[in-house]
Design a binder for this molecule. Structure first.
Ligand code: XMP
Length: 507
């Protein structure tokens, strides 16, 4: 496996993904927390960073366990770091160097640049530049503005590049990583969804043995893939609980439950709609609604978990982005792992031991693992849906009648997207029920009814998003269907706000 030391670059996760796309397993660790089992890593990559090596706050880890001992690739800040602290010189650049550039003067005969030719486009993002290379360095490539764009250190397997091979716009970036990892570091490309499933199943068996495990299914991709993996490993010792909080999509509870049963999962469906609606009665504030829904879920899940005799483990669908410790703005790694201060007050199921079979993989890898496991592609391709469900799409207080209206509207919108072949082009879509009535006219009657907003966004991770340019004909048909078929709605609007400054959900 490959170790990526993170100096806080916005692209660090991309490095990990590119490496994994080469079927090589990689892990991200904060720059100042080199894992104690460093001998298990076959190569190390240093990421970029928002910091300057010249600043007082320069991140300056001790690499003596790595340098010269393992193949090392230093990217951007990493390249400047190697230069600055090993006899070279880094200075502010005269022109800011951002965006596209083309490699020139690539040294011939270097395996690092095999199959990469002069003119290859690379992506730059830095304001410091390497004026003088460090001791024993051999210049490998330049660009028009950056003389020292790539170098290696004579006598050790250490390579450094000023550009970012991990971004899409570095056309040969993946080839470069392959040259480094496969040709130079001699790493096998054998990390595939199949091998992941095999290893994970063995690891789960070794970890939980014949103990019973409980897992909460949500209908989403992560919990479903986690359940199928666990089911493969421990069979009927896996107890799945699927709670209907009354805020799911129309018919979702029944249809997803059927699907789960069809997949051979030992799943119990618990219809707790009334309990959630009672807990939500009269609450208008979005955060209070989230809290009420979260608390009701914990109570229901705890009740159900208690019914399973002698259960020892709680399984969760946590994925890698939730696990990576981020390097904070002050340069210190900020722990993202939550500590439970109040153990005495926790519900019993939260005192169970935790098993998280997906904690090493990214979302797209979860989908690929799911496909390997034979999970229905339609289920794997589902849009994300928030835990509090329609509860945060009904603005203001929630009633059973409002839930019914929104379920109808949402179903027409989502089914329409599928029928028009638009569903897979959209990252997430849904409808919001607004807390306003407006005047309309139907037949000869004046109406005074609800307004709904449709929202469809494209995104990669939900952190930023843009509204989707859906065809007018589709919007026209959908609006018509909604107003004609859903009693209580007489107006439909389409949300054309990006995130930021808006958010995806309205609450
Ligand atoms: P926002 O509205 O913050 O949403 O732009 C970003 C993504 O997060 C989802 N979301 C939630 N998911 N519990 C969840 O499990 C929540 O309380 C919650 N709020 C927002 C949202 O659907 C989108 O995918």
């Amino acid at each position: 496996k490959v170790l990526i030391l993170d100096f806080g670059s916005q692209y660090t996760q991309l490095i990990a993904r590119r490496v994994r796309e080469l079927n090589i397993y990689s892990e991200i660790h904060p720059f100042n927390k080199i894992p104690s089992n460093i001998e298990d890593y076959k190569a190390v990559i240093l990421s970029g960073s928002p910091f300057s090596v010249r600043g007082e706050e320069a991140l300056h880890p001790d690499l003596s366990q790595i340098r010269g001992k393992k193949p090392l690739l230093a990217v951007c800040y990493g390249a400047q770091y190697l230069a600055h602290f090993s006899g070279g010189e880094v200075a502010p650049s005269n022109t800011r160097e951002y965006g596209r550039a083309n490699l020139s003067f690539i040294q011939k005969g270097e395996s690092f640049f095999s199959y990469i030719n002069d003119g290859s486009q690379v992506w730059m993002s830095h304001s410091d530049t390497i004026k003088h290379l460090p001791k024993n360095a051999v210049l490998l490539a330049s660009t028009h503005d950056v003389k020292n764009a790539a170098y290696r250190i004579e006598g050790e397997p250490t390579y450094a590049i000023q550009f970012h091979p991990e971004v899409y716009h570095s056309t040969d970036g993946k080839k470069l990583l392959e040259n480094f990892l496969v040709t130079i570091a001699d790493i096998k490309q054998d990390w595939t969804p199949d091998s992941f499933v095999e290893e994970t199943v063995e690891a789960i068996q070794a970890k939980v043995g014949h103990d019973k495990v409980v897992l909460g299914l949500s209908g989403g991709v992560d919990s479903t893939v986690a359940a199928v993996l666990l089911n493969k490993a421990i069979g009927e010792n896996l107890y799945c609980i699927f709670v209907n909080n009354g805020l799911l999509r129309k018919n979702e509870f029944e249809s997803v439950l059927n699907q789960y049963e069809g997949m051979g999962l030992n799943v119990k469906g618990v219809d707790a709609s009334k309990r959630f609606l009672d807990a939500l009665a009269g609450i208008e504030d979005p955060e209070k609604k989230r809290k009420a829904i979260g608390n009701a879920f914990i109570e229901v899940f705890d009740d159900e978990a208690h019914k399973i005799e002698d259960v020892k483990w709680l399984a969760q669908g946590t994925i890698y982005p939730d696990v990576i410790e981020s390097v904070s703005a002050t340069g210190g790694p900020s722990a993202t792992i939550k500590s439970h201060h109040n153990v005495g007050g926790l519900p019993d199921f939260m005192k169970l031991k935790i098993v998280e079979p997906l904690r090493a993989i990214f979302k797209d890898e979860v989908r690929r693992v799911g496909a390997t496991l034979g999970i229905d592609p339609e289920l794997l391709g589902r849009h994300p849906f928030p835990g509090p469900g329609l509860g945060i799409r009904i603005l203001g207080d929630i009633t059973a009648e409002k839930v019914r209206i929104l379920q109808e509207v949402d179903a027409i919108f989502i089914n329409g997207l599928k029928e028009w072949g638009l569903y897979d082009k959209v990252w997430q879509a849904g409808a919001m029920l607004l807390p306003v009535n407006s005047v309309g006219v139907m037949g000869d009657e004046r109406t005074y009814e609800k307004c709904v907003a449709l929202r469809a966004v494209e995104s990669t991770d939900g952190m930023t998003a843009d509204w989707v340019n859906l065809p007018y004909e589709f919007l026209q048909k959908t609006s018509n269907d909604i107003i004609n078929k859903v009693k209580g709605v007489n107006r439909v609007v389409y949300d054309i706000s990006s995130k930021p400054p808006a958010t995806i959900e309205w609450e």
